[in-house]
Design a protein around this ligand. Structure first.
Ligand SMILES: [Zn+2]
Length: 77
């Protein structure tokens, strides 16, 4: 079976930012709608794991940063 469906619309994964097909589990981080569906780390070697963890962690940090900044602004007067 070699059927390839053309998919012109890719959306960035909310977890790692990788372009993925909408409404599918992200093959890069294994998350779907913020829920870990596939343990992608299991298949990876130690080196790849580290790289991916970093990739995903950077995305998460960006979110944390904006969150804490907003908190600061709220607490300061
Ligand atoms: Zn992802």
């Amino acid at each position: 079976m070699h059927i390839f469906i053309k998919s012109p619309t890719l959306v960035p994964c909310p977890k790692c930012g990788k372009l993925i097909l909408p409404h599918t589990v992200c093959p890069n981080c294994g998350f779907y709608k913020g829920v870990k569906v596939v343990d992608v780390m299991k298949k990876l070697t130690k080196k790849e794991k580290k790289k991916k963890e970093k990739e995903i962690a950077v995305k998460g940090k960006e979110k944390e940063k904006t969150k804490s900044l907003n908190m600061e602004n709220l607490s300061k007067k």
